[in-house]
Design a protein around this ligand. Sequence first.
Ligand SMILES: C[S@@+](CC[C@H](N)C(=O)[O-])C[C@H]1O[C@@H](n2cnc3c(N)ncnc32)[C@H](O)[C@@H]1O
Length: 262
Amino acid sequence: MNQAQWSVFVEAEGKVHVIELISGVRKIKGLGVLDALETLSKINYGEEVLVGQKVLTRVPLRLPEMSKGMLRRAQTISAKDAGFITSRMGIGPNDRILEAGIGSGGLSMYLARILGNSGIHVTVEPRSEHADVALENMRRAKESWSEFPNHHHIEGAVEEVVEQIRDFSEEFDGIILDLPEHPSAINAVSPLLSVGGRLVCYCPVTSQLEAAWIACEQAGLEIEWAGELIERQWGKASKGGVRPVNGPFGHTAFLLLAYRRS
Ligand SMILES: C[S@@+](CC[C@H](N)C(=O)[O-])C[C@H]1O[C@@H](n2cnc3c(N)ncnc32)[C@H](O)[C@@H]1O
């Protein structure tokens, strides 16, 4: 059983602070210098505390808070796309999932949450400065949640570490590729996809989607779905009623979902 070493405090406007409750005075980004253990550990869920000028409320460290308060370096996959990816791939306990690159670990936390103790999660990343951030986010998740998959991280480009990947599992139920060049990665890892397994490519621009589509078909996979998810948030209007909020209609990426039938 994990100890509740990590905690979340939210500001009234919604800004989330994920804080390690360890003793000793230290600088905490956005909050100033304090002894987190002494100042914050006795605050109950739902209670407020004044830190500097900020009124913070302690809440449980669930996935949305972990994600909002995560460390960031590479661009992360958001809840909108992560929800679609994990549900259309059908990911759950006992699954073996390969993910490249790990980036900031944004998607990895969604995967860890649903894989639970019985899943195998292999991540690959060539840039150690990205992996450092991602692995710190994964450490927080592991130390905070009661279940966490059997996670293995490999340093390198995914095309070059296939034998190391095989050391952890000969086959995968799902493969997710969020990297700039999909075709070479698809060629390298599609033989690891089990029959009935699905491979997803996350493609910020259309040329990547097209190249990934062709590479998946050449690798003997069927394209099950390709497209983009559009999210439109609503809010309360000042004179009453609810309506779509003003603001940019953002693009994240095109998604390609490929299936191994045989
Ligand atoms: C946009 S980031 C991934 C973000 C991640 N999905 C998240 O939610 O935090 C893309 C990552 O792919 C990595 N990358 C680039 N080429 C790669 C390759 N051949 N194999 C594995 N990872 C690669 C990059 O270094 C970068 O960290």
